[in-house]
Design a protein around this ligand. Structure first.
Ligand SMILES: [Fe+2]
Length: 576
């Protein structure tokens, strides 16, 4: 039984195919279109899923979209009516898009799929689970837990912004919800906007910047208390109310009411490209700490309600690795599972899994999702492009690892393309740039050569799972395969992956999870004594991560990467 899951039209469109409850293939549209966070109907991702799994549309049991468009429209209409006539301009601006594409999504999906139909078959029925059920399902079913608390936190779905649910066997039961406009995701997004970054993708930058804030400084303390006294009223159970006076998203296209923020915090909204000051750093720290507090309070309330020992997390806020680290170290739960594609792309997985499990309540639970490597294989790449570089192909993968390890230890920056592309926002060793973490100048070198990103953003380490505890204070945590939790660094030998506050966003690797990356790390350890590599995504500044060989070769040609490895071949720029 095959089911197609789709998320689209807001940000991070994606498609997924599940077969008998197991996630078989999944990909984000941005990787095919080259448009970062592409929100368009995911035609290419769907075509990839169908072709690769040899599936005809007519043989699908169901197509499942990740939220309920009519309910979402109702919320937008209600919000406008409650504020009218304020917000008329933005309301009128958004209406044509709604009426054309978003409201009649069933029609839009059918129109998008019909060109992919072969023969005389009929399109299967299209289902619309609620947005937060899709998020909850995306974390609970893959977790493998028989019973767990499920916490989903994002900007907004239809009405819901936060939900606490409990998973038991195949069922998911919602316990508590919070509704728009009281939203932790939108609160964080408002600060992202005020600090001069793009919402829905710049939240990582705020998180990175927050580590530079000084929690002992008067500046930080002022901001922290101003947020808690003026912007948001937080209750003991983690519920909260935003002060409408300060937020523009109810009535306009802006997140914040800048004049009020300026009066409150004493700094102007930062314009993109402006220098970052200690005030910006402290403001980022203040919202990060408040977010962690709320996150922990909600999880504590969930624990009180259910007494569960396990928790599953999803929704965009679950990508906040620093807050996840606080939850892990709180000891509230014995086990934590975070969906690696916690944002809306992962909603496609959850929607399909929710349909499968909730329509078969008595069926046995299976291992639904064991890896994020669900996208296309690298393919061959364009011959002319490949031939403009020097190629060295190894028949023995061990020998390739020895060569790559040697180049890494010489300080070379290397693109590494192996196997299926990752699903979700992180490159986890199949579409990565790798480097030696022991060199303190490596961060600058990578930024100069290819990434060109803000210097306050840290690079992450990938470490052999068995050695993780030697480098990081992982406590009871044995594995962190998806790079979703920060841990304190306890070994001073890896400065290039140690953030300014002494933390790192750790990815652990074992043989089963990613054999080729595991082999490379083993060889690097044998030759250098170090079990860690720097791992960052293979993409240019503000570009999506490379999809296949073609895109990887383009990045290699346009950047100053020293080497590119695709499968068993090392490409170098010593021209033929
Ligand atoms: Fe969401």
């Amino acid at each position: 039984m095959k089911v197609l899951g789709i998320s689209a039209f807001y940000h991070d469109s994606a498609a997924v195919i599940i077969e008998d409850g197991r996630v078989v293939l999944a990909a984000q549209e941005e990787r095919f279109s080259g448009i970062k966070n592409d929100a368009a109907f995911p035609s290419s991702a769907i075509q990839f899923c169908l072709k690769e799994s040899k599936t005809e549309l007519s043989e699908l049991k169901a197509i499942v979209f990740y939220d309920k468009p009519f309910l979402k429209f109702e919320r937008i209409l209600e919000t406008y009516l409650s504020q009218a006539p304020k917000g008329l301009v933005s309301f009128l601006k958004s209406m044509p898009i709604w009426i054309k594409d978003k409201l009649y999504i069933k029609r839009t999906i059918r129109q998008g799929l019909l060109p992919m139909m072969e023969g005389n078959g009929r399109l299967p029925k299209i289902y619309f689970p609620e947005h937060h059920l899709s998020h909850a399902a995306s974390a609970y079913y893959p977790s493998g837990f028989d019973e767990a608390l499920i916490l989903t936190v994002d900007g907004v779905g239809e009405y819901t912004t936060t939900s606490l649910a409990v998973g038991k066997g195949n069922s998911i039961t919602q316990l508590r919800t919070m509704a728009f406009p009281d939203s932790l995701g939108l609160l964080y997004a408002a600060f992202t906007y005020y600090l001069g970054f793009r919402i829905n993708s710049g939240e990582y930058k705020v998180m990175g910047l927050s580590s530079y804030g000084d929690s002992k400084s008067k500046g930080f303390k002022d901001y922290y208390w101003k947020i808690k006294e003026s912007l948001i009223q937080i209750h003991d159970d983690g519920s909260f109310k935003l002060n409408r006076k300060y937020f523009g998203f109810l009535t306009g296209l802006r997140m914040t009411k800048d004049k009020h923020w300026e009066n409150l915090f004493g700094i102007k909204r930062r314009i993109k490209g402006e220098a970052i000051s200690s005030k910006h750093q402290n403001l980022a720290k203040a919202i990060q700490v408040v977010t962690e507090e709320i996150f922990l309070k909600i999880a504590t309330e969930g624990k009180r309600l259910t007494d569960c020992t396990k928790i599953c997390l999803a929704g965009g806020v679950a990508l906040n690795c620093v807050a996840n680290g606080v939850l892990v170290r709180s000891g509230l739960f014995e086990s934590i599972y975070i969906q690696p594609a916690a944002g809306d792309a992962g909603g496609a997985i959850g929607a399909a899994l929710a349909y499968y499990h909730l329509s078969r309540p008595e069926a046995e639970r299976k291992k639904t999702f064991s890896s994020v490597y669900l996208g296309p294989n690298p393919g061959a790449g364009q011959k002319e492009k490949a031939h403009s570089f020097k190629e060295n192909t190894f028949s023995d993968f061990d020998l390739l690892c020895e060569e790559v390890s040697s180049l890494l230890s010489q300080g070379k920056v290397i693109g590494w393309v192996q196997g299926r592309m990752e699903f979700g926002p992180r490159a986890l060793g199949n579409r990565s740039i790798l480097a030696d973490p022991r060199k303190d100048w490596m961060q600058d070198r990578i930024n100069l050569k290819v990434k060109n990103r803000e210097e306050f953003r840290p690079f992450a380490p990938v470490v052999l799972e068995e050695d993780a505890h030697k480098y990081f204070d992982t406590g009871e945590v044995k594995a962190s395969p998806f790079m979703l939790v920060t841990f304190p660094v306890i070994d001073q030998s890896i400065p290039a992956v140690t953030h300014v506050d002494g933390s790192a966003r750790v990815q652990t690797v074992n043989q089963e999870q990613n054999e080729k990356l595991f082999m490379l790390l083993k060889v690097f350890k044998e030759t250098t004594g170090c079990s860690v590599l720097l791992n960052t995504s293979l993409n240019g500044k503000d570009q999506p991560i490379a999809c296949g060989a073609e895109e990887a070769l383009t990045i290699f040609a346009e950047s100053q990467l020293d080497y590119l490895v695709i499968k068993n071949t090392i490409f170098s720029k010593e021209w033929n």
